[in-house]
Design a binder for this molecule. Sequence first.
Ligand code: UDP
Length: 235
Amino acid sequence: MKYKRILLKLSGEALMGERQYGIDNDRLKEYAVEIKKVVDKGCEVAIVIGGGNIFRGLAGAAKGMDRVQGDYMGMLATVINGMALQGALEDAGIMTRLQSAIEMNKVAEPFIKRKAVRHLEKGRVVIFGAGTGNPYFTTDTAATLRAIEIDADVILKGTRVDGIYDSDPEKNVDAVKFNSLSFDEVFEKNLKVMDMTAFTLSHENKLPIIVFDMNKSGNLEKLIEGENIGTLVNV
Ligand code: UDP
């Protein structure tokens, strides 16, 4: 196994499946199946999930809402998604813990790094909810921060696109995919991998990022075994 401890980042939008809003149960079940495959192989899995399928602070602010208020709403949305994913994983027979950056003891443990690592060592999937716990950040930044804190080998950013392209493959049929890139190349080519705060944090801490298609069955498993799918960003 190439990657023993991973941080999987899933966007909130990914949970919508074909829907326009909210959570698609079939999609949740599919993700649980994919995650179980790697847990069964002994891979330690931590997950950060976004909230964009429910609420984004920036979208609220665009309609006149206070940005900080909206961001906290967005963070709570990630906890809802985390609970949904936790339920699906447990239905699939995986032991899990949900840790929240905003304390809410009835539904989640508080985020405690040492506890999180212990859970991982025991084979439990740890889901980190409520982002970083701070407004003006994103769940990509939360994913990077948690990955560094728990000493993950890699951050796997599951998207609906199968990697990083030189232009948007959903708009340009001639878009070319990169198999691997250095952090510097991403800056030079002005490519969009994660938001700049998250990307800089990964860069400074030499945390490799792989962008891949999470909706294709088997991809997660192939990745942890070191198969070259998606796009790897590394030093
Ligand atoms: N958010 C925040 N601080 C964080 C993480 C998230 O304020 O550390 C808020 C922010 O409003 C964001 C929303 O939560 O828009 C949902 O997260 P994100 O947009 O990253 O979700 P995704 O795009 O991955 O679904």
